[in-house]
Design a protein. Structure first.
Length: 156
């Protein structure tokens, strides 16, 4: 997406990133009939823990357009959240953030990206599948079914 800049978040971005998460996942709440997992996170702890979490922000000029929350693990880079401000949805922000996650996985020398999304969010499952993710398993929870997906990165 032209004009989009991606940078690491700082503690001063906490409130704006949290507001973006809530705006971005409002529709998912309706589809899931449950609170989306990214909204159950303790953002105070995430912002305080730069070792376990990476928070990347996508900006169009000065405007926050999206956020990417990652956690590097031993064998993969886990995408906790890709959130796009509703005003920017459909304009390539999510795709740019997903591409950034791939860059980060390669930089960290991790062979795989993983994520989970709700089965009720069929558009999300299909979007990730088009991006090369495959379903590894489904997890039945009391209030939802999670689809665990992975993308193995090509080795160079």
């Amino acid at each position: 997406m032209n004009g989009l800049a991606v940078r690491l978040a700082t503690t001063t971005d906490h409130a704006a990133a949290l507001a973006l998460q809530h705006a971005a996942f409002a529709r998912n709440r309706e589809l899931l009939h449950a609170e989306p997992l990214p909204l159950l996170a303790d953002y105070d702890a995430i912002f305080a823990d730069g070792e376990t979490w990476e928070i990347w922000l996508a900006l169009m000029g000065e405007r926050l357009a999206g956020a990417l929350i990652l956690t590097p693990r031993q064998d993969d880079l886990f995408i906790w959240s890709i959130a796009t401000d509703p005003a920017f949805q459909g304009r390539g922000v999510g795709k740019a953030l997903l591409a950034h996650a791939l860059v980060r996985a390669r930089a960290l020398k991790l062979p795989c990206l993983r994520l989970c999304t709700g089965r009720a969010l069929a558009d999300n499952v299909a979007w990730y599948a088009r991006a090369g993710f495959v379903t590894e398993r489904e997890e039945i929870m009391p209030d939802r079914v999670l689809v665990h997906m992975a993308k193995t990165l090509a080795t160079s």
